[in-house]
Write a protein that binds this ligand. Structure first.
Ligand SMILES: *Cc1c(COP(=O)(O)O)cnc(C)c1O
Length: 487
């Protein structure tokens, strides 16, 4: 059957059909009204589909096939690190001792879980070159906000309440200015130069005694390593500011160079990117934050400490910015990240970076003759190309992205970073084979050829997907989330 014609579960409904069989109830029934205020009790049954177990199985299986994930195909979505998440992580996360514990249990009864968290913190300290780590934040952006709140507390404790500005490069990930704003700062943009790196003269111009921090991703979102980082760190530190490292995509530098050694005071990591937690609708995130010595006392509480041979939560932290998440973070993601780090080891993590960087450079060089390459230099884990040449032929970058769907690929990140016109940001990751990279490159080259010879094929794409082009603004503003017979 054609996927498009798969009947929706409501359409398969037959009155009285069920997908379960249970014996007659032989225990006294509780009156619903004793449990729920009467206003909330529905008087009519919900209109649920009445179907057999097999129908519901097919329904969900069909829905799952409509989605594209790393387990179904190549997913070079720049800055998102859509790499393979090893299944051994899942096996470990499902062990009873990890999966069936409750955050309200006494610390004595979950020593193994606490040891794992503690060890993970130790590994992340080593990997980042920081002095202490918290696992509380639930994602990257949450980590950014947590780190900035600590920087804020630090300046306030020094009486530096006039430090209200956070400097962010124009190539920054959108969460950086957003987190700075939510943390109560004003953002100031620093320009990139013609090499795609932070312009040092512009940095000197915007820095001042009102600077709270500089937020930076290194390599930046163009995939380029900020080679003047030590000079930049000195400029910010001399002005009394702190350096914040957005470490969402640490696979670019693992076991090669550490944020702590580059002069950064705070760093967040995305365990759900670099450290193989599933993401993109696949599960909760985890955005641990590492800090240098002078920020430790502001860490969110409770802080996990090791006392002799036992692990405890220390709540006695008078300078802490407080809790940033109920309980202790997304523990299941910690288990996956820990498993990943332990199975890879330091040499494995170094190989991750070497292969991520090799794959990106290989792709960039093979695509360069067919698209515009705004920054013609070695990249790290990702790179940007521009669809400017194709735009002149009437084919926009959005069209190229849609056409890739016909080849079974998730498109790269497009129109980001904002400082590159018709931008396509490609992150192949280290887990893809050369054959996969070559097939994707071939598809891109074919699309570039189509743009010249038969542009309408690209302009009208996608041709093979269940839904065609959607009005993305309308979908975001007025999402239709319920089944209606008409739709
Ligand atoms: C993904 C990403 C973030 C945000 O992480 P979330 O977990 O989605 O909040 C921040 N910065 C960079 C560079 C990223 O790639």
């Amino acid at each position: 059957m054609n996927k498009k014609d798969q009947p929706l579960i409501f359409e398969l409904s037959k009155e009285g059909r069920t997908g379960y069989s249970l014996p007659e109830m032989d225990v006294p029934q509780v009156e619903l009204a004793d449990l729920i205020p009467s206003d909330y009790i529905r008087t009519e049954s919900p209109e649920l589909p009445e179907v057999a177990e097999l129908d519901i199985m097919r329904h969900y299986t069909a829905l799952s096939k409509r989605n594209h994930g790393v387990d179904s195909g190549f997913y070079p979505l720049g800055s998102c690190t859509m790499k393979y998440n090893p299944k051994v992580n899942e096996n470990v996360a499902r062990l009873n001792g990890f999966a069936h514990i409750n955050p309200l249990q006494e610390a004595e009864s979950v020593q193994g879980a606490l040891e794992l968290m503690y060890d993970l913190q130790e590994h992340l300290k080593e990997i980042t070159g920081m002095d202490e780590v918290t696992l509380q934040p639930a994602a990257g952006a949450h980590g950014e906000w947590t780190g900035l709140m600590m920087i804020r507390a630090y300046h306030e404790a020094n009486g530096d309440t006039h430090r209200t500005k956070v400097i962010v490069p124009d190539s920054a990930h959108g969460t950086n200015p957003a987190s700075a704003t939510v943390a109560g700062f004003e953002t100031v943009t620093v320009k990139s130069n013609e090499n795609g790196l932070v312009d040092l003269d512009d940095l000197k111009r915007v820095v001042g005694d009102d600077t709270a921090a500089l937020m930076l991703t290194n390599p930046n979102t163009l995939g380029l390593f900020e080679e003047n980082i030590l000079e930049m760190a000195a400029i910010i530190h001399d002005a009394g500011g702190k350096l914040y490292y957005d470490g969402a995509n640490l696979n670019a530098v693992l076991s090669k160079v550490r944020p702590g050694d580059m002069g950064f005071d705070v760093v967040h990591l995305n365990l759900h990117k670099t450290f193989t937690g599933p993401h993109g609708g696949g599960g909760p995130g985890s955005g641990p934050v590492g800090v240098k010595e002078d920020l430790i006392k502001y860490l969110p509480k409770p802080v996990l400490v090791k006392n002799g041979g036992t692990f405890e939560f220390d709540y006695n932290r008078p300078d802490s910015i407080g809790r940033v998440k109920p309980y202790y973070g997304n523990f299941g993601i910690n288990v996956r990240a820990y498993t990943y780090i332990r199975t890879m080891g330091p040499d494995g993590l170094r190989a991750v970076t070497e292969n991520a960087v090799l794959n990106a450079n290989y792709m960039m060089r093979r695509l360069a003759p067919h698209f515009d390459l705004p920054f013609d230099r070695h990249c790290k884990h990702e790179f940007v190309i521009s669809g400017k040449r194709q735009k002149k032929l009437g084919v926009r970058t959005l069209d190229i992205a849609k056409r890739l769907l016909d080849f079974g690929y998730h498109p790269p990140t497009i129109y980001f970073p904002l400082n590159v016109e018709e931008c396509m940001m490609i992150e192949p990751t280290e887990t893809e084979s050369k054959e996969t990279l070559d097939s994707f490159i071939d598809a891109m080259i074919q699309i570039a050829k189509e743009a010249e010879e038969t542009p309408e094929i690209v302009q009208e794409a996608p041709h093979t997907t269940i839904v065609k082009r959607m009005d993305e603004t309308l979908a975001a503003r007025k999402p239709v989330l319920r089944y209606t017979k008409e739709s």
